[in-house]
Design a protein around this ligand. Structure first.
Ligand SMILES: Nc1ncnc2c1ncn2[C@@H]1O[C@H](COP(=O)(O)OP(=O)(O)OP(=O)(O)O)[C@@H](O)[C@H]1O
Ligand SMILES: [Mg+2]
Length: 292
């Protein structure tokens, strides 16, 4: 694990010195959404925030990068016919694997196919990269990852410009998210780390949870944790999961939806650190380098 972490660190340094910046006008902002404990609400936060951002006029794509059981499609009730695996090994087109979701968001159902990507020979990689570069109309890429501190989650953390950690106010979730921050601090990468407190009983509870984590992160890890906001513990969330319709569509004015709107507002006020990404082929290149 330590060796792999060192390897990731070197990759990030190398990439950031490459200076991928091409155009000051167009940029794809990449956010990896991660957590320590599973089931804290990452997928729901990603899907509903994506829809809120798309409503604001951004063109949003979700990369479902949970290498275990992909679950963005389950929350959305969308069952992709073509997977990334089919694109790589079955001659299917990437654009056919990209699924349209509510509000016009787009989803790449990555799943276990993400790892296979690195096993392609150079010709196939080139062909896949060309397909990635055909997707040239994205402003924001949100990456939904699996839970826990796996190398995969860490890879996606190094891949993104910004990391959004999701926790709940529960002590176990807080401890686990702290462990993720600790590993990030050991990677010594210059990433903004932001926190969302999900399933909070109130705004106050969200801020209290953040305050605790901010203090320990600063004292022990020298990490400046920023606050993106809270999402209310709201029965309509579970309700919407059952109906496979995102709550921001089903109940656009409920408290949880208002919280998501605030989070979307906070996300768009960000300025990225490190190299700027301007095309989907650069996104692809970054992915291959990290998993290769
Ligand atoms: N704000 C909320 N209020 C009430 N219930 C919630 C809220 N957010 C999530 N939930 C409940 O928690 C469940 C798990 O959420 P979700 O699938 O988004 O978590 P996850 O972090 O993506 O899980 P995994 O780690 O397994 O991918 C949901 O099905 C829903 O019932
Ligand atoms: Mg999930």
């Amino acid at each position: 694990m330590r060796d792999q972490a060192e390897c990731l660190r070197n990759l990030v340094r190398q990439r950031e010195s490459e200076g991928l910046h091409k155009s000051p006008l167009k940029e794809i902002k990449i956010y990896t959404v991660a957590s320590g404990k599973g089931g804290v609400g990452k997928t729901n936060v990603v899907v509903n925030t994506a829809i809120a951002l798309q409503k604001k006029g951004y063109r949003v794509m979700i990369l479902d990068a949970d290498l275990g059981l992909a679950n963005v499609d389950v929350v959305l009730g969308i069952y992709p016919k073509v997977t990334l695996r089919d694109v790589m090994f079955d001659g299917k087109k990437l654009r056919d694997a990209v699924v349209r979701g509510p509000g016009g968001i787009r989803i790449i159902p990555g799943g276990s196919g993400m790892l296979e990507m690195t096993k392609l020979n150079s010709n196939s990689q080139k062909a896949l990269m060309n397909q990635f570069s055909e997707i040239d109309d994205i402003d924001i890429l949100l990456i939904d990852t699996g839970a826990g501190i796996s190398m995969n989650q860490l890879s996606f953390i190094t891949f993104a410009q910004e990391v959004i950690l999701v926790t709940t106010p529960e002590p176990t979730a807080i401890t686990d998210v702290y462990s993720v921050m600790k590993i990030i601090s050991e990677l010594k990468i210059d990433r903004k780390i932001k926190l969302i407190v999900n399933k909070a009983s109130s705004d106050k509870m969200g801020k209290l949870t953040y305050a605790k984590l901010k203090k320990t992160a600063k004292s022990f890890l020298n990490i400046e944790l920023e606050y993106l906001g809270y999402v209310a513990d709201d029965s309509r969330v579970g309700n919407s999961v059952m109906k496979q319709v995102p709550f921001i569509i089903n109940y656009p004015t409920c408290l949880a939806s208002q919280c998501i709107d605030n989070i979307a507002e906070g996300i768009t006020g960000f300025s990225a650190k490190g190299a700027k990404i301007t095309t989907m082929s650069e996104v692809y290149n970054r992915l291959v380098k990290i998993f290769g």
